[in-house]
Design a protein around this ligand. Sequence first.
Ligand code: DQA
Length: 145
Amino acid sequence: MTKRVLVLNGPNLNLLGTREPETYGAETLKDVEALCHAAAAELGLSLDFRQSNHEGELVTWIQDARTTADGLLINPAAYSHTSVAIQDALRAVSLPVAEVHLTNIHQREAFRHHSYVSSVAFGVICGFGTLGYRLALMALADKLK
Ligand code: DQA
């Protein structure tokens, strides 16, 4: 059966391409969505790609994934560093979670060095730009085999 992956993007990622391009690059979230769909097609995954600026909406989507997804890819953006609610939701659904950051969060400000999501993720990819999404989908496809 085709495995279903929910891709979640947190706050401000809707502004990719224009948001601090020296840090986050020139690609837009639409570009990231297209690359995820291309990778999913190659890997035989079905994909649901979403972005929200609202913590509660992300929590609800994670909860819904209990019945609609087999695995999760999440770039929680700034909520990585603040959200116990997102960690709790991810723990509650007990699906394999791959965490992605475009930038190397360990090379940046100290407040970005800790992610509440990392302890519930089976792997974390950071610093490889949009390629990280593709790498995480490869890891999920392998995990869901
Ligand atoms: C980010 C890193 C976070 O620290 C930041 O708040 C983001 C994006 C990344 O993809 O590099 O919004 O998750």
